[in-house]
Design a protein around this ligand. Structure first.
Ligand code: HSE
Length: 318
C-alpha cells in the first residue's frame, strides 16, 4: 500500500463541566487526510483544501506534517518520504477540534502505513505536541476523543492517563458554529487563575455526576451535570446572546447546552436526532436574528475514532 485516505472526527471538548478533562467525538463534521509514501526523503504538504488559505504549507509549522515528522523520528525512520494532502471539512478555529482532527487523521494514517508499531498512548503523546503547535498548549480533550472515539476523560496530564468512558448509543449532538472568531489562546488567557473552593466543589460534583450519568445512561443526571461555574461565566461574553441561546436549546428539549471547547461553536446533547435537529434550527434562527451567520450539524457520537476511507477523491474535494 503506497497511499491511504483517513477520516478523523471533530470533537466537543469540556462537555461544559469538565474543562480540559472531558470530551467526545462526533461523526460529522470531520477532516480527511490522504497520505502517500514517496521516494524523495522528507515530509511535505502537497495541498490543503477547504481552509481558505489559513493553514501553513510549511511542513514544520503545519501540525499534521509536524506530528508525522515527529512520528517518523520516534519510530527511527526520519528519512522516510511522505506527502500529505489535507481536506478540511470543518471551520478552522471553531472550537470543534479542527487541528486535533487533522493531527489524528495524519498520525493514524502514517501508523497504519507502517504496520501500527505505535499504540494509542504513544500516538496521543505525539498528538499533544501537535496541539502545542496549533494553540500553544497541549490539552488532550480534543485529540483523545478524536483518536479513541466516544466520551473520554483525561484523569491526569502528567503522566498522561486517558480513560475511554461508556458512550450511550442514543445521545445525539447538536452543533452550531457562529461566524465569529475566537482564538483558543485568547479564550484561555481570559480564564481566572484563582477559583473559590466552593466553585471547585460544585464543578467536581458535576464532573463525577456526568461520568455516572453516562454509565447509567441517565439523561436527567447528564442534564443536571452540564453546568460550569468556573470557565463558562468568563467565556460566555465572547458569544453574543449566549444565555438566551442556552434558554432556546433547553426549550427545544436539549439535555444540556454549552460552549464547544473554547468556542465560538456551541453545542447541545439531545436524546434523539429529531430533538437535536430542532435545537440546531432554533439556535441558527436566533443567531441570524442577531445578524450572525452560522453552520449547523446534527451528529451521533462517533464511537471508533479515525477510520480508513476507500479510494481517492477525484481532485479537490473528497
Ligand atoms: N479545553 C480546551 C479549552 C479545549 O477549553 O480551552 C480547546 O478546544
Amino acid at each position: 500500500m503506497q497511499s491511504i485516505r483517513v477520516f478523523a472526527p471533530a470533537t466537543v471538548a469540556n462537555i461544559v463541566c469538565g474543562f480540559d478533562v472531558l470530551g467526545f467525538a462526533v461523526n460529522a463534521p470531520g477532516d480527511e487526510v490522504i497520505l502517500r509514501i514517496i521516494g524523495p526523503p522528507g515530509v511535505r504538504i502537497r495541498a490543503i483544501h477547504g481552509d481558505g488559505g489559513l493553514l501553513p504549507l510549511d511542513p514544520c509549522r503545519n501540525t499534521v506534517s509536524a506530528v508525522v515528522m515527529r512520528y517518523l523520528e520516534q519510530t527511527g525512520d526520519p528519512g522516510c518520504g511522505v506527502e500529505i494532502e489535507l481536506f478540511k471539512k470543518m471551520p478552522v478555529g471553531s472550537g470543534l477540534g479542527s487541528s486535533a482532527a487533522s493531527t489524528i487523521a495524519g498520525l493514524f494514517a502514517i501508523n497504519t502505513m507502517k504496520g501500527n508499531p505505535l499504540g494509542q498512548s504513544q500516538l496521543l503523546a505525539i498528538a499533544l505536541e501537535g496541539e502545542r503547535i496549533a494553540c500553544g498548549q497541549g490539552h488532550a480533550d480534543n485529540v483523545a476523543p478524536a483518536l479513541l472515539g466516544g466520551f473520554v476523560l483525561i484523569r491526569s496530564y502528567e503522566p498522561l492517563d486517558v480513560i475511554r468512558l461508556h458512550t450511550p448509543a442514543h445521545l445525539v449532538c447538536a452543533l452550531v458554529h457562529p461566524q465569529i472568531e475566537i482564538q483558543t489562546r485568547d479564550a484561555r488567557r481570559i480564564i481566572k487563575k484563582q477559583i473559590p473552593l466552593s466553585d471547585t466543589v460544585r464543578q467536581m460534583g458535576n464532573v463525577g455526576a456526568m461520568v455516572a450519568g453516562l454509565y447509567q445512561e441517565d439523561d436527567r443526571l447528564i442534564s443536571r451535570s452540564m453546568q460550569d461555574v468556573i470557565i463558562e461565566p468568563t467565556r460566555a461574553v465572547l458569544i453574543p446572546g449566549f444565555y438566551r441561546l442556552r434558554e432556546i436549546a433547553l426549550e427545544q428539549g436539549a439535555l444540556g447546552f454549552g460552549i464547544s471547547g473554547s468556542g465560538p461553536s456551541i453545542f447541545a446533547l439531545a436524546a434523539s436526532r429529531g430533538s437535536a435537529q430542532m435545537v440546531v434550527e432554533a439556535l441558527r434562527k436566533e443567531l441570524f436574528r442577531d445578524g450572525i451567520d452560522s453552520e449547523g450539524y446534527v451528529s451521533s457520537v462517533n464511537r471508533e475514532g479515525p477510520s480508513i476511507l476507500e479510494g481517492e477523491p477525484a481532485s479537490g474535494e473528497p
